[in-house]
Design a protein around this ligand. Structure first.
Ligand code: ZN
Length: 281
C-alpha cells in the first residue's frame, strides 16, 4: 500500500518564538503519523553529530536502516517512534526543531541535522539552533521513568493534577513548567493557562484552594486541546489569547492595560495585573 505522504496539517507555519511545547509536538506527531509510518527506511544519516549527543551513532543507524516506523507516541514534549526491530527512536525538538517530509533532495531544508531516506522520499530533522536530540531506547516507559518526567499534561486526570499540584511549593507558573510534575507545558502555555484562569504567574500555590486547582486543570486541558485543534498555529487561536500579545508594551486583550513582564523561573512571563489575581503577592 502506498502511504499518503502529504499532510493536511499546515504545520510549517507554526509560530516558533520559543521551545516547542505539547501542542507543537503533538502536531509533529500527527504529521509523522500521516507521512512517515510503514515506509521502509533505506538509509539513516546523521548530518550533525550534536543531534545524537549521548547516543552511539552506529547503534542508532543499525536500529533504523532496513526497518520502518510502526507508530508515533508522545509524552509531554518528547516524541517516540516505534521501529519494526522492536526498539524506539526518541526525538526531542529542542528550541527550533521540526520534522520535514519531502520528495526530492532539492527540497532538503537548510538546517537539516538528520536525514531518513525512504524508497520514495525523505524525512528530515530541521533544527537551526541545534538544541534538538535524537536517540535510541528499548522502552518509552523506562525512558520516562529514567528522566523523572511527570504524567503527560494532556492525558493526566484531574485527580492526578490536584494531587501533584496541591503538594507543590512555590509559584503557579513554575509548578506548571516543572516537567517532573507534569510533562508538556513550557513558558508560552503556562502563561496562557494562567491568563485564561485569571491567576497571576507568581501566585503562591499554597494560597490556592481545591476549586482553583480544578479550574487550572480544566483550563489547561482546554488551552492545550484548542491549540492542537489549531495545528499549533497561533493565528488560528482566539484573539482573546495572551500569546498574541507577548511583546514589550503590548496590551491585555481583555482590559487593554499594558501587560506586565517579569522573569519567573528563568523565563519571561507576561501577565495582566488587573485581570490576573496574585493572591496578595
Ligand atoms: Zn487585563
Amino acid at each position: 500500500m502506498v502511504k499518503k505522504r502529504k499532510t493536511s496539517i499546515d504545520y510549517m507555519a507554526i509560530h516558533h518564538s520559543d521551545m516547542p511545547e505539547l501542542p507543537e509536538v503533538e502536531t509533529f506527531r500527527r504529521y509523522i503519523e500521516q507521512t512517515s509510518l510503514e515506509r521502509p527506511i533505506i538509509r539513516a544519516r546523521v548530518k550533525n553529530p550534536i543531534i545524537i549527543k549521548g547516543a552511539n551513532e552506529r547503534e542508532l543507524i543499525d536500529a533504523m536502516e532496513g526497518g520502518e516506523f510502526l507508530s508515533a507516541r508522545r509524552h509531554g514534549k518528547q516524541l517516540f517512534l516505534e521501529l519494526s526491530g522492536g526498539r524506539w527512536l526518541t526525538w526531542h525538538f529542542g528550541m527550533t526543531g521540526k520534522p520535514v517530509c519531502f520528495d526530492s533532495m532539492v527540497e532538503e531544508p537548510r538546517h537539516n541535522r538528520f536525514l531518513f531516506t525512504f524508497e520514495d522520499g525523505f524525512l528530515a530533522f530541521n533544527d537551526p539552533r541545534l538544541f534538538g536530540r535524537i536517540g535510541i531506547i528499548d522502552s518509552p516507559e523506562k525512558f520516562i521513568r529514567h528522566k523523572g518526567l511527570g504524567p503527560d499534561a494532556l492525558s493526566m486526570t484531574e485527580g492526578q493534577f490536584i494531587d501533584i499540584f496541591g503538594k507543590s511549593r512555590g509559584v503557579a507558573k513554575n509548578a506548571l513548567m516543572d516537567q517532573h510534575k507534569l510533562a508538556g507545558v513550557g513558558n508560552i502555555y503556562s502563561d496562557e493557562i494562567l491568563f485564561q484562569c485569571h491567576l497571576a504567574p507568581h501566585a503562591d500555590i499554597q494560597s490556592l484552594e481545591w476549586r482553583d486547582l480544578r479550574h487550572i486543570y480544566q483550563t489547561m486541558s482546554m488551552v492545550l486541546s484548542e491549540s492542537i485543534r489549531a495545528g499549533a498555529k497561533f493565528s488560528r487561536l482566539p484573539p482573546s489569547y495572551l500569546l498574541h500579545h507577548r511583546r514589550k508594551g503590548a496590551t491585555c486583550p481583555l482590559c487593554s492595560r499594558t501587560l506586565e513582564r517579569r522573569t519567573i523561573g528563568g523565563r519571561t512571563a507576561y501577565f495582566c495585573t488587573d485581570c490576573q489575581d496574585s493572591r496578595g503577592k
